[in-house]
Design a protein. Structure first.
Ligand SMILES: *[C@@H]1O[C@H](CO)[C@@H](O)[C@H](O)[C@H]1NC(C)=O
Ligand SMILES: *[C@@H]1O[C@H](CO)[C@@H](O)[C@H](O)[C@H]1NC(C)=O
Ligand SMILES: *[C@@H]1O[C@H](CO)[C@@H](O)[C@H](O)[C@H]1NC(C)=O
Length: 453
């Protein structure tokens, strides 16, 4: 370890003198390490770890948070790191609300093929959640064996979108592995952000949600409800490939009726892809188009240039013939048969096993709207659910000086639900201070403000 013990009061004093600010996190760069793990034949997974940089605490006194991006095919080391919670933003400027001030951060590009991860043969892409989970178990086993300094540190998994579905599956398997003693890790909980736990509950709530927000008229609601029923039929019959196709169609119906609402934040508009429709693009299947639509935001040009430019230069170990995001669409399309499968039963198992589960959702998200999340939570068979339901929520304020409500929270035993206001799908991008507070609350570094009043 290279960290030098720093005397906290002195450091704060120095910072206070030099900047005049009350709190100013040191800009000194912390320790970072990264590597590949071969999780299966021809399947190479990339991870990037940042040790917490806090002026008062050694990293060993702070939790370790693993962040999982959605898609599938979205890169944690790229999007999550530079657009959401990492120490630097995509202009390489320090991020005030970085989670690194309160946790060490482990970004993993999964499933294989995502971000800087890659497969050598097209047969090596993951095709379902079980494979995604077993790949991650290989990675985590390797990680905790090689980084013994994290074995006792509380380990949390935070996730977004499809990353939430992966996080649920990974958490259950990790919990088992820890109990069996096969992975030396102090697993402390999972947080599911705008997560794709029950796709059909999202699809079924799109119409009512948009209608209530003045983004559908009666005719539009009728159209959206009709296609949503078709998705429901396909899911009920377990025709998951068909359900994925119909889901794509449902999105198209919504775009037609809402003048292209942005699925990731309903107060903004989706600017349809610049019509550089090459013949190649026209020949692509609906699945490729669907994948590209959902991965586009996570692979914006500026971020791609950063990752494929200065970042890969810094990392040094990225094979020359591989590019960041180069296999993302393939990652997505290979999961076609898995996409619409629900994992509510996995969340139930986590709750029964006593794993701490947090659900958080942005108010302005459409693709995984809050109504849909509430719908699947109601379907849990967890014995404590009635008591959870009877609770009243409590308001949260990210700025103690302000009376502006930032979120509501309800928590009972090992389940917590956060309603994050004024945030879309990417909660930390939209509400950085509240997202940081959420992480600190979930990892028991902060009590909720109300209980201290
Ligand atoms: C931080 O914690 C690690 C692991 O416990 C320890 O090896 C290291 O000496 C600590 N560093 C400081 C500065 O206390
Ligand atoms: C797999 O791909 C990497 C990166 O392109 C390459 O360096 C390696 O030689 C390949 N391995 C095999 C077995 O083809
Ligand atoms: C899990 O949640 C319970 C209830 O909120 C809490 O008492 C406990 O400290 C949590 N455990 C961890 C490891 O965060």
């Amino acid at each position: 370890m290279e960290l030098v013990r720093r005397s906290c009061p002195v450091l704060l004093l120095v910072l206070g003198l030099s900047s005049g600010a009350v709190i100013n996190w040191p800009t000194k760069e912390g320790k970072e390490v990264w590597d590949y793990v071969t999780v299966r034949k021809d399947a190479h997974m990339f991870w990037w770890l940042y040790y917490a940089t806090n002026p008062c605490k050694n990293f060993s006194e702070l939790p370790l948070v693993m962040w999982l991006q959605g898609g599938p095919g979205g890169s944690s080391t790229g999007f999550g790191n530079f657009e959401e919670i990492g120490p630097l933003d995509s202009n390489l400027k320090p991020r005030k609300t970085t989670w690194l001030q309160s946790a060490s951060l482990l970004f993993v590009d999964n499933p294989v093929g995502t971000g800087f991860s890659y497969v050598n043969s097209s047969g090596a892409y993951a095709k379902d959640l079980a494979m995604v989970v077993s790949d991650m178990m290989v990675l985590l086993k390797d990680f905790f064996s090689c980084h013994k300094e994290f074995q006792a540190v509380p380990f949390y998994i935070f996730s977004e979108s499809y990353g939430g579905k992966m996080a649920a599956g990974i958490s259950l398997e990790l919990h088992k592995a820890v109990q069996q003693g096969t992975i030396p890790c102090n697993f402390a909980g999972v947080a599911l952000g705008d997560s794709w736990i029950s796709p059909i509950d999202s699809v079924l709530s799109w119409g009512p949600y948009l209608y209530s927000m003045s983004l559908l008229d009666d005719q539009g609601l009728k159209d959206v409800s009709k296609i949503a029923e078709q998705v429901l039929d396909a899911v009920n019959q377990e025709h998951y490939v068909e359900a994925t196709k119909l889901w794509g169609k449902a999105e198209w119906v919504i775009e037609q009726n809402t003048d292209n609402v942005n699925f990731y934040n309903i107060l903004t508009k989706d600017t349809p892809q610049s019509p550089k429709k090459s013949s190649l693009e026209f020949s692509q299947s609906y699945l490729v188009r669907l994948g590209q639509r959902h991965l586009r935001l996570l692979h914006q040009d500026a971020l791609s240039q950063l990752m494929n430019g200065p970042i890969r230069k810094k990392l040094k170990i990225i094979p020359e013939d591989r590019s960041w995001g180069g296999q993302a669409t393939e990652v997505f399309t290979h999961m076609e048969g898995d996409f619409m499968k629900p994992v509510i039963s996995i969340v139930d198992k986590l709750l029964e096993a006593g794993v701490n589960v947090t659900v958080y959702n942005g108010q302005l998200d459409l693709i995984v709207d809050t109504m849909g999340q509430e719908a699947w939570v109601r379907k849990l068979t967890w014995a404590e659910l009635p008591k959870f339901n009877q609770l009243k929520w409590k308001p949260l304020y990210s700025d103690p000086e302000s009376s502006e409500t930032s979120a509501f929270v309800k928590s009972y035993k090992n389940l917590a639900f956060y309603w994050i206001l004024r945030a879309g799908h990417m909660v930390p991008s939209d509400q950085g201070p509240m997202a940081l507070k959420l992480m600190r609350m979930v990892t028991k570094q902060e009590e909720d403000a109300l209980s201290r009043r």
